[in-house]
Ligand binder design. Structure first.
Ligand code: HZT
Ligand code: MN
Ligand code: MN
Length: 419
């Protein structure tokens, strides 16, 4: 029997950050490294790549190359954290009947085990924070979506130390799933395919959703980028809702071009549990009341994501597919098409059950694979994840974090100073 830690909505409610956290810097991450190794990176999290030296050697302004992240980010995390201790995420107490977990000797013992798993997640989370910090400053209107996604993906690969170009390398660490750059009414699962020339515009609302994995432990975290303050309330509503639970969202309004819009939660998009090499483990975390009654259990990992919209608050499949993943329960059938067999081999060697996109096949030198790939989808071996969009003319926003339900406390492992 697993331990129930509370229904999703209740859980979200308890994710609320304290006022104390807000006045400091929005995060209480601990850099374990700074305590014993002077030469290393500074406080973790966004905006913390550089650290002031103490009174010793006041003249030395340029720190050694190994201690500072580059611009664009290319210094591997192993070089920034040579002792292998990565920043701990935001640690939150369980509540009510679960609060005693904190002090329970057995739970504390369980928490001390599981170390490789925790280290892998924390390393992926630090890669996510460093890459998104850079991306938030670098992305500008009129850049192409191809340039944006390649910039993020090349950074993630460099920081994890795996370029994913040699056989099996991308299964060790790298992209956990394709970089979503879904714009305006599109909420999720849009990434450019080859030849896409679309640019992000000054008045666009872009959801940037990327995954980092280390040994199959996937960090799934997303934020929303805008270049016009008219959308500030839409983003505030969704950021708040991701942290405090859904009650908040409908109390916000956003005035866009003289029209006042109520912000609606998108009712058919859900958070989800995450297993090793499996981005959705079968449990969902509804963002509106009245759906799923599944309980979260000790030891599980969840992506907590909230979407808000000025449209219907309901998404449907739209546009060309870019995202795919081999099904974990794929039928073991014999394929008749040579091109399907070939591309399945490439998928097995490079992605296993991790999601991938057409661009990832292109960069491995594959071409003319579409017939084979479509055949794998039709055969039920690969699942296609089409873009999910609300009605034309609407604007959607998203914030997402990955949380670890540790025996004694819950850890918002992807927390940064930005969101
Ligand atoms: C699918 C394919 C990917 C999981 C949520 C999500 C991005 O909508 C149960 C609940 C990456 C992720 C996913 F390439 N999806 N989080 N971040 N998309 S989902 C889903 O398919 S399944 C939600
Ligand atoms: Mn995501
Ligand atoms: Mn997710």
């Amino acid at each position: 029997m697993g331990t129930t830690v509370g229904a999703a909505i209740v859980y979200l409610e308890k994710m609320k950050v304290s006022e104390e956290d807000k006045v400091s810097n929005g995060n209480n991450l601990v850099n374990e490294n700074s305590e014993d190794e002077e030469e290393e990176a500074g406080a973790p999290g966004v905006g913390a790549v550089k650290k002031k030296k103490k009174k010793k050697k006041p003249k030395k302004k340029n720190k050694s190359a190994a201690s500072t992240q580059s611009n664009p980010p290319r210094v591997p995390l192993d070089q920034l954290f040579p002792n292998g201790h990565f920043p701990v995420g935001e640690e939150c107490d369980y509540h009510d009947e679960n609060l005693k977990r904190n002090t329970d000797e057995e739970k504390r013992h369980l928490d001390r085990m599981n170390n490789d798993f925790l280290t892998d997640y924390r390393k992926g989370a630090e890669v996510h924070r460093q890459v998104r910090q850079w991306a938030q400053g670098w992305i500008k209107p009129d850049m192409s979506l191809t340039e944006i996604t390649e910039g993020i993906e090349n950074s993630v690969r460099a920081l994890t130390g795996h370029d994913g170009l040699t056989e099996g390398d991308s299964l060790l660490a790298g992209m956990g799933f394709p970089t979503g750059v879904s714009i305006n009414n599109c909420a999720a699962h849009y990434t450019p395919n080859a030849g896409n020339k679309i640019t992000v515009k000054q008045n666009d609302v872009m959801k940037v959703d990327f995954g980092v994995h280390v040994n199959g432990r996937i960090i799934d975290s997303a934020f929303t980028m805008t270049f016009n303050p008219v959308y500030d309330n839409l983003l505030a509503a969704v950021k708040d809702a991701t942290n405090t639970g859904i009650r908040t969202m409908e109390s916000y309004e956003v005035e866009i071009g003289g029209t006042t819009n109520q912000v609606k939660p998108i009712r058919n998009l859900n958070g989800h549990n995450i297993n090793q090499f499996q981005i959705h483990g079968g449990k969902s975390v509804p963002i509106v009341k009245g759906g799923d009654h599944t309980k979260m259990e000790e030891g599980e990992t969840f992506a907590i994501e909230t979407f808000g919209s000025t449209g219907k608050g309901y998404v449907r499949d739209d546009l060309e597919v870019s995202h795919y993943a081999r099904r974990i329960d794929a039928p073991n059938i014999s394929l008749r098409l040579t091109s399907a067999k070939n591309i399945l081999n490439v998928i097995n060697k490079n992605f296993g059950t991790l999601p991938f996109c057409r661009r990832y096949l292109d960069r491995l030198g594959q071409d003319k694979y579409l017939l084979g790939l479509n055949n794998l989808v039709a055969s039920g071996i690969v699942e296609a994840y089409p873009p999910l969009c609300d009605i034309k003319g609407s604007y959607t926003a998203q914030y997402e974090h990955t949380i670890l339900l540790r025996p004694t406390i819950k850890e918002v492992v992807s927390r940064g100073v930005d969101y």
